[in-house]
Design a protein around this ligand. Sequence first.
Ligand code: NDP
Length: 419
Amino acid sequence: MSKVLIIGCGGVASVAIHKCCQNSEVFSEICIASRTKSKCDALKAKLEGTTKTKITTAQVDADRVEEVEALIRAYQPDLVMNIALPYQDLTIMDACLACGVNYLDTANYEPEDLSDPAWRAQYEKRCREEGFSAYFDYSYQWAYKDKFEKAGLTALLGTGFDPGVTQAYCAYAQKHLFDEIDTIDILDCNGGDHGYPFATNFNPEVNLREVSAPGSYWENGHWVEIPAMSIKREYDFKEVGQKDMYLLHHEEIESLAKNIPGVKRIRFFMTFGQSYLTHMKCLENVGMLSTEPIEFEGHKIVPIQFLKALLPDPASLGPRTVGKTNIGCIFTGRKDGKEKKAYIFNVCDHQECYQEVGSQAISYTTGVPAMVGAMMLLTGKWSKPGVFTVEEFDPDPYMDALNKWGLPWQVDDNPTLVE
Ligand code: NDP
């Protein structure tokens, strides 16, 4: 019986909220709070009558610590689930610390304003010292470790699919399948088709920033950075088929490099169709992916935010998306002195997700693990004070819950390796 404050009411949050409402024994009361309260009220109206979970709603600007604090003090939750945007991670963590509440999110911190000189100086230092230039990294949230430990609170970072489930797969492989893991290839395949010439499956701003950035991977103790989309492979995905995939930087590589002892190489690949890449390159070339405000007819506009307003809302893709996702991790290493490989993965069908919760599979595969991560904290299955990523906990109860709550996983003992 727990009370949970959920911040954000977009594509991913909507699935997590549906799942909390299916699991009323754990989530007996939830408050849905977001910048636009009408969206929270609409979701509440849709779910009420279908669940025993008591739902309330609130308006909050989570960029303002004092507003989040006031809401936490008024609602008195056992946990705050941050399913807004990565821009709000630090303000919500600050509010949780001030009020003595556990914290969870689905993506690591990234600033909204990339031109902020203080942030820029720290970012440029990290690019030089670490060797990767993505706008996001764990350092900002890892810096809260001592504070959460001293307060006796837990912050669980990145409990979506990737990051999130992929790290549970790594912890599971390490605990049950391998004595030593040499390489990890994380493969994110979306074989879905929404019928639009161009749309993103989650928040367009966050998504386009991520995929237009240089790629990087971890090898022999350091980062190797490559130009965006310059490493391409073809892979035949079970239940989806042959797809082109490209090496990207991804946040879980950073934590896995620290937490999987002896790992020699970690890479992340995501599938993209040629049409998506051509549209993205064209938008980038004309400046539409820029985050720098420009002057237009007396107004300041940020090109990528204007683009977001033009693109289909990811939450609206559900009814039209058909096909499947196949996301997982290929491991190589040794068990009992013998060379071994394995692929742990989930296949998810866009239309089945839509029938169940009214969303496409990208929101579904992120929203379910957000609920599952929250359940681990609320039921005490995962409890230690500090700031942690998913692979730092026992994977078994999380993996069991994924099977039960809609993301069953499989192990292929003889996968084709990615060259
Ligand atoms: P959406 O843009 O659909 O939803 C974001 C929600 O946050 C909206 O309800 C928005 O409100 C709200 N919000 C934004 N700013 C504020 C603010 N200042 N205060 C309060 N609420 C705010 O995003 P998604 O649902 O697609 O993504 C949610 C999160 O999930 C992101 O952090 C994303 O990076 C992460 N993600 C993680 C994945 C993983 O596998 N780990 C995969 C996909 C996404 P409004 O309606 O007013 O705009």
